[in-house]
Design a protein around this ligand. Structure first.
Ligand code: HEC
Length: 160
């Protein structure tokens, strides 16, 4: 009897896994913790899909992604406010142990901040940084995060 119950429980979880019915991570705004609804269709690369399912950034330590992330960091002016290596300028440093918003120690938290900004001088609010139509896609945000973490002075990966 018990064996059967266990077997059917296992079948159900296997089925859920096979059909992709496993719950994805939910995102919340850094401003006030309210729900952040991001169209799942935007998570359109294997890395972005993995991030949506696990909250972990698969690009951490990936040299190619770090290189691309560095380009985006410059192209989207992160560099102007956060310094060339995220060490801080008019905006806060992103590579030490302490963050203004503690959630940025995790890659999910940093993703939410870059996606939707803060109330204290960090823009965004929408599709990637600042632009609702041609901003950064989730995959690119993950690349930028991999660049930021690669500069961490405390060897923080954000996937801890
Ligand atoms: C116009 C200046 C400006 C630009 C451009 C900008 N930021 Fe920021 N950013 C800020 C400021 C100011 C804060 C602090 C906001 C606050 O205290 O609410 C901040 C906060 C952050 C934080 C949270 C830091 C913490 O200590 O919690 C992260 C992460 C971040 N920015 C990443 C980025 C990335 C990545 C980019 C480029 C895609 C970017 N920012 C572009 C000004 C900027």
């Amino acid at each position: 009897m018990l064996g059967n119950t266990l077997k059917s429980a296992l079948m159900i979880s296997l089925l859920a896994f096979a059909t992709g019915a496993v719950a994805d991570v939910t995102f919340s705004a850094t401003q006030d913790g309210s729900a952040l609804n991001i169209d799942k269709a935007m998570f359109d690369t294997p890395a972005a899909k993995e991030f949506l399912a696990t909250g972990k950034n698969p690009y951490i330590g990936n040299e190619d992604a770090i290189k691309k992330g560095k380009k985006i960091f410059n192209l989207y002016s992160c560099v102007a406010c956060h310094g060339g290596h995220g060490e801080g300028a008019v905006g806060p440093g992103l590579i030490g142990a302490n963050f203004r918003y503690a959630k940025n120690a995790t890659n999910k938290g940093m993703f939410e901040t870059i996606w939707h900004g803060t109330n204290g001088g960090m823009g965004a609010k929408g599709f990637g940084l600042m632009a609702p139509d041609d901003g950064l896609k989730p995959d690119e945000v993950l690349q930028v995060i991999s660049f930021v973490r690669s500069n961490s002075t405390v060897k923080m990966t954000g996937n801890e």
